[in-house]
Design a protein around this ligand. Structure first.
Ligand code: NAP
Length: 548
């Protein structure tokens, strides 16, 4: 069993007690009391915590050293004395390998803390002797700069420490690939192991900890209370990532892109897996721009079949990189994706066959056809596409194939001319876009996207009540363009509706399950409502906190 550990700290015994209770309510099955982050609370007060939570879930006692992210400047002796005095509170005592290796005094103090029986005063004044000999030792190592060069040998040194029951390695992930090494360490460790990658790129190590049998993962009680970069709230781990259901047979899906922290993909696909009773989890995989980082991620992921990667969404800036990678590796690219030159979905078939597909084009065509009353009604309609990037290319390809008369306008005129020539449609100058009499307008620019949500790619007086307006931008949901379109009496389709359609198509490709655009529309609505109720920070855990 992998424990969900929530670190607790605070400036009063009352808030510490309340936070312990909230953590357990949120799903924590272990508490870490961070002594180095507890100020203005006496040890005597802390010793009364046995009746708050320590009796209900196991407790780790930590007084982290400053060089490994602790918030105390107390010398080793003082930190160790505290652990010794408060030892009876704990089920586990966490000590850094570096502290233990500083000398015999440190090792003796830890031995004493592990064995000490003590008189505990419970609320009501009753005194009992408790917890002698019952504690276990966690030997830990944290590196906030990156992967320690000595990772493997550190593991060996840690497991060799007298009475070591659990090893804990945490380091700052340089790329998402560092997580794979964390899982390898868990798999080879001769004792129960925690291996965590800190920072946004390390989220995978937290979410998949149960898949590889880690001893524990760490999550914050609430956003803003992170004790390490990349920590996410326990509620997000259990609800957004269905952490309690992840086990050794869980298949793994994810969205590759940059940025991806804000993606709705995990909310929507994980909810769909739950609804269909599928043992799978979907995670954000931040891979920085460029073909080499994309290729390195894919090669290392494919070299480890035990990771159980079963499918990827691919988003900006990697859709073209996915085409190149699949071509180089002898994968298949379906004809639509090949013609568009962009893959937004990768499937892995049994036997390792890789297939790239594009569900963006069908999402736009199907949304437009449904709004107009069926595919036959779409044929012959005049459509103005704004933009000439990836989304515009998918839209133009799909709409030309559906028999629409497509015209493309783009801020950089040459791109509109090149795209229209490639797909056999027309181009018009960006300055002339308002004078074009069309049935439908599809915004495939980034104009209107947060934080520039006051902007629209069309002047409001250019919109006519008999037009259908499709918006690709989905952050915010109601863009300036859509607001102007409503004002003018136009029919509209928002970006989240398109998102739901392309996600539903991906889900069908990956699972073979019948899931409709309407089903996914409801999942998207629910995810958006949850986000509105509890907004996410820019990055998981931001840069707050110093070390797990
Ligand atoms: P992209 O490849 O980067 O293309 C961006 C386009 O926006 C380019 O044509 C660019 O014109 C234009 N543009 C940027 N700033 C502009 C400005 N100030 N004025 C006029 N035009 C401007 O991006 P993409 O992948 O196509 O994505 C476009 C939008 O679609 C994004 O908001 C994305 O989130 C959204 N999208 C939504 C879905 C969905 O499921 N709803 C799916 C895919 C994409 P230049 O060529 O002149 O730079």
């Amino acid at each position: 069993m992998t424990h969900l550990v929530v670190p607790i700290f605070g400036d009063s015994i009352v808030s510490i007690r309340e936070d312990m209770a909230s953590a357990i309510e949120t799903g924590a099955d272990m508490i870490e009391l961070r002594l180095d982050m507890i100020h203005d609370v006496s040890d005597d007060e802390l010793r009364t915590l046995t009746d708050a939570a320590a009796g209900r879930v196991p407790m780790i006692l930590t007084c982290r050293s400053p060089e490994e992210g602790g918030e105390t400047h107390a010398p080793d002796g003082e930190r160790l004395d505290r652990l010794d005095r408060l030892g009876p509170l704990a089920d586990y005592i966490d000590i850094e390998l570096t502290t233990l290796e500083r000398g015999d005094a440190a090792r003796a103090a830890v031995r004493s803390a592990l064995c000490r029986a003590d008189v505990i005063t419970q609320s009501g004044g009753r005194e009992v002797i408790e917890r002698g000999e019952s504690r276990s030792l966690i030997v830990s190592r944290h590196d906030h700069r990156g992967r320690p060069a000595s990772l493997q040998s550190d593991l060996l040194r840690m497991t060799g420490v007298e009475r070591c029951s659990v090893v804990k390695l945490a380091w700052r992930a340089r790329t998402v690939r560092d997580n794979f090494e964390a899982f390898e360490l868990i798999r080879i460790s001769p004792v129960p192991c925690v291996a965590i990658c800190m920072g946004e790129e390390g989220l995978l190590s937290r979410v998949l900890a149960p898949k590889f049998g880690a001893f524990a993962t760490f999550a914050s009680l609430r956003r803003g209370d992170e004790t390490a970069p990349g920590q996410i709230p326990a509620s997000e781990l259990t609800e957004r990532f269905r952490w309690k259901f992840v086990d050794s047979t869980t298949r793994v899906f994810g969205v590759i892109g940059d940025p991806v922290a804000h993606s709705l993909g995990p909310d929507v696909h994980n909810a769909a897996f739950e609804k269909h009773g599928i043992n799978a989890v979907y995670v954000p995989l931040r891979v920085i721009a460029g073909y080499e980082p994309f290729k390195a991620f894919m090669v290392e992921a494919l070299a480890r079949p035990w990771l159980d990667f079963s499918g990827f969404s691919v988003t900006s800036p990697h859709k073209e990189n996915a085409v190149r990678f699949l071509t180089e590796q002898g994968g298949e690219i379906d004809p639509v994706a090949a013609r568009i030159g962009a893959v937004n979905t990768i499937l892995f078939h049994k036997g390792g066959r890789m297939v790239g597909a594009n569900t963006d084009a069908s999402a736009i065509v199907d949304a437009l056809s449904d709004a107009l009353g069926g595919p036959k009604r779409a044929a012959g309609r005049s459509v103005l596409i704004l933009g000439a990037g990836g989304a515009a290319r998918a839209a133009a390809f799909g709409l030309v194939a559906a028999g629409c008369n497509v015209t493309i306008a783009n801020r950089t005129d040459e791109r509109a001319v090149a795209l229209s020539a490639d797909l056999g449609c027309r181009a018009c100058k960006w300055e002339d876009r308002s004078t074009f009499p069309v049935d439908c307008i599809v915004n495939c620019t980034t104009v209107g996207m947060s934080p520039n949500d006051g902007e629209s790619p069309m002047p409001p007086d250019a919109l006519r009540s008999d037009q259908l307006i499709l918006e690709s931008v989905y952050n915010p949901r109601k863009t300036r363009l859509l607001a102007d379109a409503h004002q003018s009496g136009c029919q509209t389709i928002d970006g989240l509706t398109l998102f739901a359609r392309q996600a539903a198509a991906q889900f069908r490709l990956w699972t073979g399950r019948d899931s409709t655009a309407a089903d996914f529309g409801r999942l998207v609505d629910a995810a958006v409502h949850r986000r509105e109720a509890a907004p996410m920070a820019c990055q998981p855990g931001g840069e707050a906190g110093r070390g797990d």
